[in-house]
Design a protein around this ligand. Structure first.
Ligand SMILES: Nc1nc2c(c(=O)[nH]1)N(C=O)[C@@H](CNc1ccc(C(=O)N[C@@H](CCC(=O)O)C(=O)O)cc1)CN2
Ligand SMILES: Nc1nc2c(ncn2[C@@H]2O[C@H](COP(=O)(O)OP(=O)(O)OP(=O)(O)O)[C@@H](O)[C@H]2O)c(=O)[nH]1
Ligand SMILES: [Mg+2]
Length: 475
């Protein structure tokens, strides 16, 4: 059985790699005006198509040549630099030619049109990166890291994405897969000798290796969680009764007047979003309409939207006026009017903030681990709240230090690591329960499959399409 279903990474992707017969073209630089704009061609006919545009000027590989760019009718569109990257030494691994012209949107569109007239096809979003992946220039985590690098909102997330691009995350996953394969070989060999199977499985090696593998997997999961945090941050919804000071807190955290603040209850009606960062951790703040019974249809809609945001949040910040007297931070329904039904089944961590300490005379600072007294107008108590939010998200900083994020990661990576861990756990039960080699082998196979989905060595159905279609055109 071992040979029939080899536990080595299979090359499931290769049936797709030959479909890239088209030569694709797109503007590679940002839309809009710029000093220089790059049009990129990739595919078997890249040089032929570029040849028509630069009038068969001969191109030395990887050398910049100055040339006139001509349209289909022979008219000069622009002049610029042309560089050919013959396969396989290019970004995509295919023949690539770059036309570097002047960075005006009309000129670049004309250049793309000339390439299409000469036989190229407009590239789909992410298609260059997808080809680089299919041609083994990079694995899936590295391709995702390119998109993350481009989308990075903080220098910390850019650094983490670069590390993923350089293979730091992939190396970790590949090491797990290698160890897993070693264990599978041992277990499957044991199954092939039924007389000795029990001895094999209970000699302690399998249990020990499994425990070690599980520990390594947990460590990578922990790092990946940090990586996701650095990339995506935490989404925090601020909710509470009208006039509690929600918008004032949003402004205080954002550092500018993002939201309108007045002493009229019911000032905020729309959902307001601001993305800020706390020492490198992105924090997506959402300010919402004050919750109360209202006959006003606009306000009702605002309240409906407020609840909709709470259901999507990572954490809820419930704001209360500290002059309201005794509050029980454990019972959020007593703090949020009519929330019972709306927030049914909502399993969301909550921070309670008592505001307007300057008016109530309460001392600012933490009341307990998830409850803080502040004044949004004076800023008293905010540093503690900031630290709490970072800690609550599990953020340990974004750098090279202990426990900090070394690479960027996405939710799908976390899910896959959790699946692998779950499979290892059931495998462990099979081993200790009834020393069932067959079942353990099955769990190990499932764990490997989950891990290989991270790097793309194994890919399920529409995963690639989903990942690459979220890239920008020209990437
Ligand atoms: N002008 C330009 N700048 C760019 C890109 C590009 O496509 N064009 N990139 C696009 O994202 C990034 C760089 N990525 C690249 C990755 C590989 C190769 C390449 O030619 N690789 C060859 C040779 C490697 C070597 O000499 O060491 C290879 O892999 O064989 C080029 C660009 C950022 N800057
Ligand atoms: N003295 C004092 N006034 C505050 C504090 N926080 C908010 N206020 C005032 O309370 C009033 C309401 O503040 P907002 O931030 O608009 O309250 P809100 O919770 O967003 O109210 P809605 O949008 O109506 O739900 C304003 O007059 C603020 O200036 C505070 O800490 N101290
Ligand atoms: Mg408000």
């Amino acid at each position: 059985m071992f040979y029939a279903d080899a536990p080595f990474p299979a090359f499931q992707n290769h049936f797709m790699s030959n479909t890239a017969q088209d030569t694709i073209v797109a503007i590679a630089t940002a839309p809009g005006r710029g000093g220089v704009g790059v049009v990129r061609l990739s595919g078997p006919d890249a040089e032929g198509i570029a040849g028509k545009i630069v009038c068969d000027r001969s191109l030395t590989p990887r050398m910049a040549h100055f040339a006139r760019f001509r349209g289909a009718g022979g008219e000069v569109i622009d002049e610029g630099l042309v560089i050919a990257f013959p396969a396989p030494h290019s970004f995509t691994g295919e023949d690539v030619v770059e036309l570097q012209g002047h960075g005006g949107p009309v000129i670049l569109d004309m250049l793309v049109a000339a390439c299409i007239a000469a036989g190229a096809r407009q590239a789909r979003a992410g298609e260059f990166s997808q080809r680089a992946f299919l041609n083994d220039k990079m694995d899936l985590t590295q391709a995702e890291a390119i998109a993350d690098l481009i989308d990075a909102g903080t220098s910390a997330s850019a650094r983490a994405a670069l590390h993923s691009l350089q293979g730091v995350f992939s190396d970790e996953v590949n090491r797990l897969v290698e160890d897993l394969i070693g264990l599978r070989i041992y277990v499957e060999a044991a199954i092939d000798f039924p007389e000795e199977e029990i001895d094999f499985l209970s000699d302690g090696k399998v249990a020990g290796d499994l425990r070690e593998l599980r520990a390594q997997c947990l460590r990578v999961l922990d790092e990946a969680n940090q990586g996701r945090l650095v990339r995506e941050g935490m989404t925090l919804v601020i909710a509470g009764k009208p006039n509690a000071g929600k918008s004032s807190l949003m402004n205080a955290l954002a550092g500018f007047d993002a939201a309108i603040v007045t002493d009229i209850a019911g000032t905020t009606r729309d959902v307001l979003r601001e993305s800020i960062q706390l020492d490198g951790m992105p924090l997506n703040l959402i300010d919402t309409a004050g919750l109360r019974d209202s006959a006003d249809v606009v306000e009702q809609e605002g309240i409906r939207r407020a609840y909709a945001e709470m259901r999507k949040a990572d954490r809820l910040l419930v704001m209360v006026d500290s002059r309201e007297g005794e509050v029980n931070p454990q019972d959020i329904h007593s703090l949020l009017p009519q929330s019972q039904q709306q927030l049914e089944n909502l399993d969301l961590p909550v921070t309670v903030v008592l505001n307007k300490a300057d008016l109530s005379g309460m001392a600012t600072g933490p009341l307990d681990s998830d409850c803080f007294v502040i004044s949004a107008t004076t800023g008293d108590g905010l540093p503690d709240l900031r630290d709490h939010l970072k800690a609550a998200a599990g953020f340990k900083g974004a750098g090279q230090g202990e426990g900090q994020s070394r690479f960027s990661a996405r939710r799908r990576h976390i899910t896959a690591l959790e699946q692998a861990l779950a499979a290892l756990d059931t495998g462990e039960q099979q081993l200790h329960g009834h020393a069932a080699g067959e079942l353990l082998a099955e769990d190990l196979r499932a764990a490997q499959k989950a891990l290989e989905e991270i790097t793309g060595a194994f890919t399920a159905d529409d995963l690639l399409g989903r990942i690459f279609s979220s890239f920008c055109i020209g990437k």
